[in-house]
Write a protein that binds this ligand. Structure first.
Ligand code: GAP
Length: 494
């Protein structure tokens, strides 16, 4: 059974993955701290995104932009003026509530992109009330989501800065430097992973809606006339597309024909992320694509497709990918007065690159779905088994001496120190062997190595597989290589 979001949060706290920030002071809504296991898992997930979509992708390079940048960036992107959500105050208890998500929770209707006036009408028509005290909601208004800060010692209009609300705009702001220094040519992508901050009205559902989170984003630039020149496009591949409360499985070609995807490059990037989640252990039946309808589309987007996951609180956005056309570079060019056109050798002319796809992934939402689908409450074993893909498991291997005496602990320590040169390994000599296995199962450690009396004689150890509990005997000299091959080459446990 999938745990509820509260059960998962309790598990994460108990096992040292994630907990409320500064809990001894009562925490702070929308902010979390990562413990020893959480920081390893999160780093591994970011590394997996980066390896698969940047290091191993000949079309993509990376940057690491500033969190606080020149405020003109947010003028160009229109965040300074328009980045807001619709909020209403309860006339009885004074609670401030984000109205679009409340309407969706109550009626099931997605009202993303609706105007303030329209939202106000829906609140009245659907008799939407305060979720806390059932009081009447006041007239909705717009609430700005940008976190403001002051740059330098002076405090005036010019010294106001913002914590970035997304990583994407830093890519546009750095576009010219990257283009001039990296020998990239169209088509190419620029990626970034890092923190983003939004002063969300109602942070909730553990890591789902936060005020401080991380994003992995790619802006993929093409010649506007070459949106379909995508060598990796696979039209025969199958994906799940939303169908009322469920989904149907269809070919990528059929979605391109129906203009769900704006182009072959757009289709390629959406399906690449869908498949990434499946590769890392998310069940296909829990994933579906959700296209934005024409009235939900942001004014700059030609098309937008979300990847949704079936969370315990409903199908919700895990990932977004919009075809943003020339809007962003056009805006940055206009406000900075710097030309952002590039010379496209293939057509021998200058063009303003076109963003055919903007894969945008929240790291915390990725963590949530990877944890949900890895979580298995094994009643037979009497403990949770976190069946994470070994590539992202916080620990790769644990070394456990059967007993501490007769030199077993010392020999096990030697084996551990050897493994530690290559892997994130853990040494545990405390408690019954069953309890120690259970501890590692709960952390998602794929392999446990037990050092026993035979090990002292024949230099072999028992390796236990987390998912099957099968055990095999391996020579100590081969241990490093065999574990490495199983984790990184996917070799069979035998
Ligand atoms: N550059 C486009 C962009 O930022 P978005 O739909 O606002 O688009 C993209 O965000 C992704 O970032 C979402 O699909 C989600 O994974 C993550 N995300 C957005 N807001 C979030 C929040 N408040 N807490 C956690 N993750 C969030």
């Amino acid at each position: 059974m999938t745990p509820s979001i509260d059960e998962l949060a309790a598990f994460c706290k108990k096992k040292g993955f994630v907990f409320k920030t500064a809990e001894i002071f009562g925490g702070l809504q929308g902010f979390y701290d990562y413990g020893p296991m959480g920081v390893e898992l999160k780093n591994n997930v970011k590394k997996a995104f980066w390896n698969d979509f940047v290091t191993k992708n000949e079309f993509v390079v990376g940057i690491d932009g500033a969190i606080i940048t020149n405020p003109q960036v947010w003028v160009a992107s229109e965040h300074a003026e328009k980045f807001s959500d619709i909020m209403a105050k309860c006339s009885s208890c004074g609670f401030n509530v984000r109205v679009d998500t409340l309407i969706e929770d109550v009626t099931g209707k997605n009202v993303e992109g609706e105007s303030l006036k329209e939202i106000g009408k829906i609140v009245k028509k659907e008799k939407i009330v305060c979720p806390k005290c059932k009081g009447i909601l006041e007239e909705p208004n717009e609430f700005k989501l940008m976190f403001e800060t002051n740059i330098g010692p002076e405090k005036n209009e010019k010294s106001t800065g913002y914590l970035r609300p997304e990583t994407a705009q830093l890519i546009f702001a750095a576009f010219k430097n990257v283009y001039q220094t990296s020998r990239v040519k169209l088509p190419f992508g620029i990626a970034q992973v890092g923190k983003a901050f939004r002063n969300e009205i109602s942070p909730r559902n553990f890591l789902f809606r936060l005020r401080e989170f991380e994003q992995f984003e790619i802006e993929f630039f093409t010649n506007p006339e070459k949106l379909n020149d995508c060598p990796m496009y696979d039209g025969k591949a199958k994906v799940n597309i939303a169908d009322k409360n469920s989904f149907k499985t269809v070919t990528v070609d059929s979605l391109l024909k129906k203009k769900v995807f704006a182009s072959k490059w757009h289709a390629y990037w959406v399906t690449a992320f869908f498949n990434w989640f499946v590769k890392y252990g998310v069940k296909e039946k829990n994933l579906r694509l959700q296209p934005h309808s024409k009235d939900q589309l942001a004014h700059y987007a030609n098309a937008c497709v979300d990847i949704e996951y079936k969370f315990p609180f409903g199908w919700k956005e895990l990932h977004g990918d919009a075809d943003r056309g020339q809007f962003d570079l056009g805006q940055h060019q206009k406000v900075s007065k710097e030309s952002l056109e590039v010379f496209d050798e293939s057509v021998s002319k200058k063009v303003l690159p076109f963003v055919a796809a903007e894969p945008s992934q929240g790291i915390e939402r990725a963590l949530l779905v990877l944890l949900f689908d890895a979580y298995f409450d094994d009643k037979k074993r009497g403990n949770v088994v976190l069946k994470l893909n070994p590539l992202i498991s916080p620990l790769k291997v644990a070394v456990l001496p059967l007993v501490k005496k007769d030199g077993l602990a010392e020999y096990a320590k030697e084996i551990f120190q050897n493994l530690q040169k290559r892997f994130n390994a853990f040494y545990d000599a405390g408690g019954s062997i069953g309890r120690r296995y259970a501890r590692q199962d709960e952390l998602g450690t794929p392999y446990c190595i037990t050092v026993d009396y035979d090990s002292m004689k024949d230099k072999t150890v028992t390796v236990r597989d987390r998912d099957s509990t099968k055990q095999i005997r391996i020579n100590v000299d081969e241990l490093n290589t065999k574990i490495w091959e199983m984790i990184y080459l996917g070799k069979k446990f035998e």
